[in-house]
Ligand binder design. Structure first.
Ligand code: NAD
Length: 269
């Protein structure tokens, strides 16, 4: 089996990377940065986001596993002390694959025929370089609302515990193929109205944002931030592609949520 390792590049992550590479090679696995079948991400959730985007062109043939050298991560759930155990399990191919839904983002331009497509593992956010962001929101081709505020966040189920959660969005189990739209400080008064609640859309539904004022937007795709000019519309849907995680032991999603956000309170009771 071929493997690659993505490190956060701090001292501990680099030491663990060297250790894992040595062990896996001794077990007969091949280090291959171009076409790995398994990618070990050592660092934090951000490191796994980097690894995902590095191998985005071969998601069908790649499984990811995350080791956290800081706090417990959503994607990085193995501890540094467990590295030997993990390496042995990888070498013995003792893992199952869990696949999670992704978000497809398509940007159409006013004066350019070709559109740009992205895949996000966590979310895509849109903000305006102007003070107020104004967008028409269409659901399945029908006008839904005119949004005025700071911006909008469109997240995947596994990204629902990240930026989306900070915006008051719901946590969605990654077994549900859906996308979620959350508002960033919408303007709501006697003149302007938005729905004010996060919306959860199923697979095969589409969400389109159409600019009302200027055509320039700051768009994020996970950790990547890009300025898009001349935007005609931005379309979001649940992607056909999925991300694959190598699972070596049960670590149910809700336990992960509890351990990350509430565990210390529960212990005291
Ligand atoms: P980073 O690696 O420092 O990540 C920022 C924080 O988000 C970390 O604590 C990380 O553990 C956490 N995180 C990332 N993905 C998560 C997930 N799926 N579930 C729960 N927590 C998660 O910084 P980065 O590399 O720039 O990461 C980009 C991510 O940061 C974005 O995808 C976005 O979700 C998140 N972010 C959050 C906020 C916010 O909460 N207000 C604002 C901007 C960006």
């Amino acid at each position: 089996m071929k493997f690659a390792i993505q490190s956060r590049n701090d001292k501990l992550s680099n030491e663990l990377m060297a250790q894992a590479k040595k062990y896996l090679t001794e077990f007969g696995l091949t280090f291959d940065e171009e076409e790995p079948e398994i990618v070990l991400s050592i660092g934090g959730d951000g490191t796994l986001l980097h690894a995902f985007h590095k191998y985005i062109h071969r998601l069908e043939d790649t499984s990811f596993v995350g080791i956290h050298t800081g706090h417990l991560g959503f994607y990085a759930d193995w501890k540094p002390s467990e590295i030997e155990k993990l390496v042995i399990a990888i070498a013995r191919k003792e893992f199952e694959v869990a696949d999670y839904p992704l978000l497809e983002v398509t940007i159409n331009y006013q004066h350019y025929q070709k559109s740009t497509k992205y895949l996000a593992l966590n979310e895509s956010t849109v903000k305006s370089p102007e003070v107020t962001f104004v967008m028409d929101v269409e659901l399945n081709g029908e006008h839904f609302e005119r949004f005025r505020g700071d911006g909008l966040c469109i997240s995947t189920p596994s990204g629902s515990t990240a930026y989306n959660k900070a915006l008051g969005g719901a946590i969605i189990h990654p077994a549900i193929p859906a996308l979620q739209l959350t508002e960033m400080a919408s303007i709501n008064n006697r003149v302007f109205r938005t729905v004010g609640s996060p919306l959860v859309l199923p697979k095969h539904h589409s969400l389109m944002l159409v600019p009302v004022n200027g055509p320039d937007f700051m768009l994020t795709i996970d950790h990547l931030q890009l300025l898009h000019k001349d935007v005609k519309s931005i379309e979001y849907r649940v992607a056909e592609e999925k991300v694959r995680f190598a699972r070596f032991r049960p670590f149910p999603f809700w336990k992960r949520v509890s351990d990350s956000f509430v565990a210390s309170e529960v212990k005291d009771e």
